[in-house]
Design a protein around this ligand. Structure first.
Ligand SMILES: [Fe+2]
Length: 238
């Protein structure tokens, strides 16, 4: 197991840390992440969107070379594409500057390619439970359908990068195409079984805090206030 100081981890907020002048980036408050191995100076980037070059500049400024991309799900604010009349930069820009694999859940691959224009041959389709290594750091992929069929979260050394599956308060919408409230309920149960010391890093900054431990989230997030499926679907299933 690598030591803590070997893990490279950065959380980057759109509109603050990159894409500062982009009104959509400011409105959407998306998080991108860098996860790497300081010893091998390699990093993965999670959900690069808006000002991709600025995100990659952060990694480069830290002396880290890009080794791959992890995708939580196919929505354009996470991977680039067209949204609300805006064109968002994303995966296709990454591939213009670096020839690296894009790691996604297998059920999300075609949607990612449709939204971004990236060739399917550029995307590695994974199953839940797969691991993606960067240097000696291993990232576990957790399949969490509900927001989209192939949504996935990333677990690395007690940190959970959750995309739009789980926020500090609330969970991802299930009323968009591909959304499934029942699947979301099961995915949230799966995440709630992780160690309570796990730190949740969400896909958007919808709360004042940018991260919180699961024990706090389970006490304060209304999505965990209801613990039986029927009641949960009645309260949140839309
Ligand atoms: Fe989303």
């Amino acid at each position: 197991m690598p030591s803590d100081d070997r893990l490279y981890f950065r959380q980057l907020l759109s509109g603050r840390d990159h894409a500062r002048t982009d009104p959509l980036a400011n409105q959407m408050v998306n998080f991108s992440y860098l996860i790497g191995d300081r010893e091998t100076s390699q990093t993965l980037v999670v959900d690069p969107a808006y000002a991709v070059d600025e995100i990659l500049d952060v990694a480069e400024g830290d002396g880290m070379a890009l080794a791959g991309v992890l995708v939580t799900h196919h929505h354009p604010d996470h991977v680039g594409g067209s949204m609300m009349g805006y064109s968002i930069e994303g995966l296709s820009r990454v591939l213009e500057v670096a020839s690296v694999p894009i790691h996604a859940h297998r059920q999300e691959v075609m949607s990612i390619c449709r939204v971004t224009g990236v060739d399917p041959g550029e995307v590695v389709g994974h199953y839940g439970g797969d691991k993606v290594a960067v240097g000696a750091i291993e990232v576990e992929l957790i399949h969490t359908p509900g927001h989209t069929p192939g949504s996935q979260c990333f677990l690395v050394e007690g940190m959970l990068v959750a995309g739009d599956t789980l926020f500090l308060s609330g969970c991802g919408r299930t009323d968009l195409p591909g959304g499934d409230p029942k699947a979301m309920y099961d995915s949230l149960r799966k995440l709630s079984s992780l160690a309570e010391t796990t730190v949740l890093y969400p896909g958007h900054r919808y709360s004042a805090a940018s991260a919180a431990t699961l024990d706090i989230v389970k006490q304060t997030n209304p999505t965990f206030a209801v613990t039986d499926e029927a009641s949960w679907l009645a309260a949140f299933g839309s």
